[in-house]
Ligand binder design. Structure first.
Ligand SMILES: Cc1cc2nc3c(=O)[nH]c(=O)nc-3n(C[C@H](O)[C@H](O)[C@H](O)COP(=O)(O)OP(=O)(O)OC[C@H]3O[C@@H](n4cnc5c(N)ncnc54)[C@H](O)[C@@H]3O)c2cc1C
Length: 433
């Protein structure tokens, strides 16, 4: 017997605004519940069994969306194919109207819910409060003064499927060593239009086929150069790419895209899709402040923003606000752009480095530095002209957000109000991978 039409289901949906149409989810689905047209990837509610095989392979997190809807109102494939963005979640009042609010939801947990439950089980909170969810503060809105971002100009649903770029520069930006090898790669688009803003990303299509005989899925990389080019006036961008030689558990692997990119030579051609991202963008109004918190290659968008502000300052026509950078790596040798960063004027940018594995020195993480600088961070949290950006390892996200909360609370600020404002006003942006 089928489910009653008023039964509340947790419908699995893919966010068309974030999805880069790489096809990894469709390939991973063992029961063909995911399909696509030339516009969107969609999930068939009549087939999906919530097995979660598609969730870990998604490079962007677009896959991790679950909407409570009465069975009779489940979104059809036709509806999903027409979307440019996800519909709003139904409110409890709306669900109650359909007689569905009180019914139990018999569906698996999302990744976020599962992580929160695991954390709560490992460390039960004596206060009984809901576990901290850092992503709840992440804004999907750009700063009000952000410039217009072009997205998806090249990709499966664009008129032109890929842009071909030529490598015009490649440079190792970490000190030579076995474990860390990060390259600064410059790609030139020639006469192909490729407008970008600081904070956006592109995706690389590595040549060849994967183990299943299918084309490799695209891998995303943040743009490390400002809007008017790595070289001002040129139609080029730069990327900061770490060669992946170990998986997250430390086992030896050879990451497909990162090794392909780090091995490229000047003159080689690369297939690119994008640009992506319309919220992790910098403010453009005078005296706006920027707080950048990053680890490793998470420095790429911070380099782009810093360089744009440096060029504006040089022009003498823009009065920027404060720039604060918190930058973490295991050692200074592993830190991309260590040398050039040190030569930036102190009255232009306030740089704080944290190294977690320097021999004979105590471990320091970006959160430790943020606590040390709490007296400077607290006023910025309360200032509507200050914007916060976090980029780098997924594992840093929660610690950084908890630290921002502590900084606010210790300064006597109301975190619920501040956290709400950061999200509502496009003032906090998280990009971790
Ligand atoms: C929005 C966004 C922006 C990104 N920006 C950058 C960037 O600026 N610079 C950059 O270098 N990367 C960036 N990444 C990560 C990048 O997209 C790739 O995931 C990364 O380069 C690994 O791809 P690969 O093909 O080499 O490895 P794969 O072949 O995909 O993976 C090989 C193995 O390594 C593991 N693995 C994957 N990535 C890592 C990692 N970083 N550390 C350890 N193990 C890993 C995988 O789980 C797998 O087991 C970004 C990701 C996102 C979502």
């Amino acid at each position: 017997m089928g489910m009653p039409e008023t039964a509340l289901i947790k419908q699995h949906l893919i966010d068309p605004e974030i999805c880069i149409r790489c096809g990894a989810c469709e390939a991973a689905c063992p029961i063909d519940a995911i399909t696509h047209d030339d516009r969107n990837y969609v999930v068939d509610v009549n087939i999906c069994e919530h097995c979660m095989a598609c969730v870990p392979v998604c490079p962007t997190g677009a896959i991790d969306n679950w909407h409570n809807v009465p069975r009779s109102l489940a979104y059809t494939l036709e509806q999903q194919f027409s979307w440019d963005q996800l519909p709003a979640l139904l409110t409890e009042a709306q669900l109650a109207e359909f007689g569905a609010a009180d019914m139990a939801i018999d569906a698996p947990l999302t990744q976020k819910e599962e992580a929160a439950q695991v954390a709560a089980a490992a460390e039960p909170d004596p206060s009984g409060e809901t576990p901290f969810d850092s992503s709840a503060y992440n804004s999907t809105l750009p700063p009000w003064s952000g410039a217009h971002a072009y997205t998806n100009l090249y990709g499966p649903r664009a008129a032109q499927k890929t842009a071909t770029a030529t490598v015009t520069g490649t440079l190792r930006v970490t000190e030579v060593g076995k474990e860390y090898d990060t390259h600064h790669i410059v790609l030139d688009f020639g006469a192909m239009p490729f407008p970008v803003l600081e904070g956006q990303s592109i995706a690389v299509l590595p040549p060849g086929l994967d183990a299943r005989g299918k084309p490799h899925v695209p891998r995303q990389y943040s743009i490390a150069s400002p809007r008017n080019g790595e070289r001002p006036g040129f139609n080029n961008i730069s990327l900061t790419i770490k060669r992946v030689l170990q998986d997250y558990d430390g086992n030896p692997v050879r990451g497909v895209a990162s090794n392909y990119m780090c091995d490229l030579k000047v003159g080689d051609k690369v297939e690119i899709i994008g640009p992506f991202g319309n919220s992790f963008l910098m403010p453009n109004h005078p005296k706006s402040h920027i707080v950048m918190i990053c680890t490793g290659t998470g420095s790429a968008p911070m380099r782009a923003m810093t360089e744009w502000r440096r060029r504006l300052r040089k022009s003498g026509k823009f009065e920027g606000g404060k720039l604060m950078l918190f930058f973490g790596a295991r050692t200074k040798e592993e830190l991309p752009y260590f040398g050039p960063l040190l030569s930036l004027p102190k009255d232009f940018i306030d740089i704080n480095f944290a190294f977690s594995r320097t021999p004979d020195a105590p471990k320091k993480y970006v959160q430790d530095l943020m606590r040390e600088r709490a007296a400077d961070l607290a006023p910025l949290l309360a200032d509507p002209n200050a914007y916060f950006y976090v980029c780098g390892l997924k594992s840093m996200e929660e610690g950084v957000m908890l630290t921002l909360r502590d900084v606010a609370v210790q300064a006597g600020l109301n975190w619920d109000e501040i956290g709400g404002a950061l999200k509502r006003e496009g003032r906090l942006h998280l990009e971790t991978y």
